[in-house]
Design a protein around this ligand. Structure first.
Ligand code: PGA
Length: 254
């Protein structure tokens, strides 16, 4: 953790969740007690169909919500797309952009991810820009270079700690139960902070929240959250279980 940075634990529900699963959000709200509220910010990124209802259910608990993606375009004839303005209108504070599942399954380039992050800014949303290397890239010793290139291509100019969150999610760690070593996470997060300093300036870069994502669970959260320059987590699978999500949040408390 970075002492001066308030951590953020964000849950990415992906394509999971029906109306009945609003109960998960309500349980998280109940467990977000005064001590936890003082120590860590929480956000839930449900599927778009549940975003408005989740935002409404969580507003009293001071838990933020986020979209999982947004269009590069503000409005118009883009059937099936959801604009950043719509995500904001549904009550969200954040919007995940450039998740590896979008980059891989929908062929999103760094330029597309940047345009989405800029669209989020236009709508007063804070983009959570995801970066991360594949297994092949790590094995070839290219992980740092790949992630730096993604940052250069995906992060909007002029981003500040108030308008940007970065999530490092090694593709091979997402949903697999595998995680990098603490030393590898430390090396990557330091490199991300250094690259952001080159792109945005040293002072803003020092205060931007850098989340780790990829198989974060209650059993490994404390170790991962203790790594230098890790300022919270982006949680997939475990965010669908309120007790696990809260346990990960508690790991940021100390
Ligand atoms: P996981 O997913 O926690 O299920 O590995 C993380 C993510 O994709 O954001």
């Amino acid at each position: 953790m970075t002492r001066s940075i308030r951590p953020l634990v964000a849950g990415n529900w992906k394509m999971n969740g029906l109306k009945a699963d609003l109960a998960i959000a309500a349980e998280v709200a109940r467990g977000y007690d005064a001590a936890l509220k003082q120590a860590v910010d929480l956000a839930i990124c449900p599927p778009a169909t549940l975003l408005f209802a989740t935002s409404a259910a969580l507003i009293g608990a001071r838990i933020a919500t986020g979209g999982q993606d947004c269009s590069t375009q503000p409005a118009g004839a883009f059937t099936g797309e959801i604009s950043a303005g719509m995500v904001a209108d549904a009550g969200a504070t954040f919007c995940i952009v450039g998740h590896s599942e979008r980059r891989t399954l929908h062929g999103e380039s760094n330029a597309t991810v940047k345009a989405k992050a800029e669209a989020a800014h236009q709508a007063m949303l804070v983009p959570i820009v995801c970066v991360g290397e594949t297994k092949e890239e790590r094995e070839a010793g290219k992980a740092l270079a790949v992630v730096k290139k993604q940052l250069r291509g995906s992060v909007p100019e002029g981003s500040t700690p108030e308008t940007l969150v970065v999530a490092y999610e090694p593709v091979w760690a997402i949903g697999t139960g595998l995680t990098p070593t603490a030393a590898d996470v430390a090396e990557m997060h330091a490199a991300i902070r250094a690259e952001l300093a080159r792109l945005l300036g040293k002072a803003p870069a020092a205060a931007i929240r850098l989340l780790y994502g990829g198989s974060v669970k209650p059993s490994n959260a404390a170790e991962l959250m203790n790594v230098a320059n890790v300022d919270g987590a982006l949680v997939g699978g475990a965010s669908l279980k309120s007790e696990e999500f809260l346990a990960i949040a508690r790991a940021c408390q100390s």
